[in-house]
Design a protein around this ligand. Structure first.
Ligand SMILES: N[C@@H](CCC(=O)N[C@@H](CS)C(=O)NCC(=O)O)C(=O)O
Length: 202
């Protein structure tokens, strides 16, 4: 018997997304829930030399940093049966091989009264990762995002889609780190367009 033979429709796995996975899971799932995990804060402290940057100009993408006083909102996706192997194979390439993320198990708390917490898999880039960038001011992070792009697109798209998700799906959450970076990056766009009109086609 192969491992995947035990994966019936009753077998289920939850995968928690808090960055590009909230707006672009790109794998099949049975259902999804908006909610949060406790003990972590989301920070644009991870480098990206593939999707939103390159080896000469690393992009900045999000990871999770342990902090007992914080929580991070996102989306948990339930995959069942054959979706489990398919999603993990896909995410291993997108997140681990190309993104430098490792996997951890966390407790996901769905939004909504009476919803039971769920054990979920999450992809985290830790400080020992070779392209981990660590802390910087929101202005510095915004400036790096404003000029970075990679094989999947411009880094500013990554930032704006995450901010749009939080406004649309978690309007009650004040993510100052995310929205300060967004405001700083948007303030730079006119200068970027003036110096490089081709950016207007983004
Ligand atoms: N692991 C986080 C972050 C995922 C993430 O943003 N990973 C990057 C890899 S560096 C990615 O998939 N980027 C795809 C894109 O930029 O469209 C999540 O759960 O959403």
């Amino acid at each position: 018997m192969k491992p995947q033979d035990i994966l019936t429709e009753k077998t289920s796995l939850w995968i928690f997304g808090y960055g590009s996975l909230v707006w672009k899971p790109d794998f099949e799932f049975r259902r999804s829930k908006v909610g949060y995990i406790q003990g972590y804060k989301r920070r644009f402290w991870h480098g990206d030399n593939f999707h939103r940057g390159n080896d000469e100009m690393l992009g900045r993408v999000v990871t999770l940093v342990e902090d007992d006083d914080e929580c991070t909102w996102g989306v948990a996706y339930e995959v069942t049966g054959a979706q489990i192997e398919e999603s993990l194979k896909y995410l291993n390439v997108r997140e681990a091989v190309r993104g430098g993320y490792i996997t951890k198990a966390v407790e996901f708390i769905p939004r909504g009264d009476g919803e039971a917490p769920l054990l979920a898999l999450v992809y985290i880039a830790t400080a020992d990762n070779p392209i981990y960038l660590g802390p910087a001011s929101c202005e510095e992070i915004a400036a790096q995002i404003a000029v970075s792009h990679g094989k999947t697109g411009h880094n500013i798209e990554y930032l704006l889609r995450l901010a749009d998700f939080m406004r649309a799906c978690c309007p009650e959450v004040a993510d100052n780190h995310l929205f300060s970076i967004e405001a700083s990056a948007l303030a730079l766009v006119p200068y970027l367009l003036a110096s490089n009109p081709a950016l207007s086609t983004l």
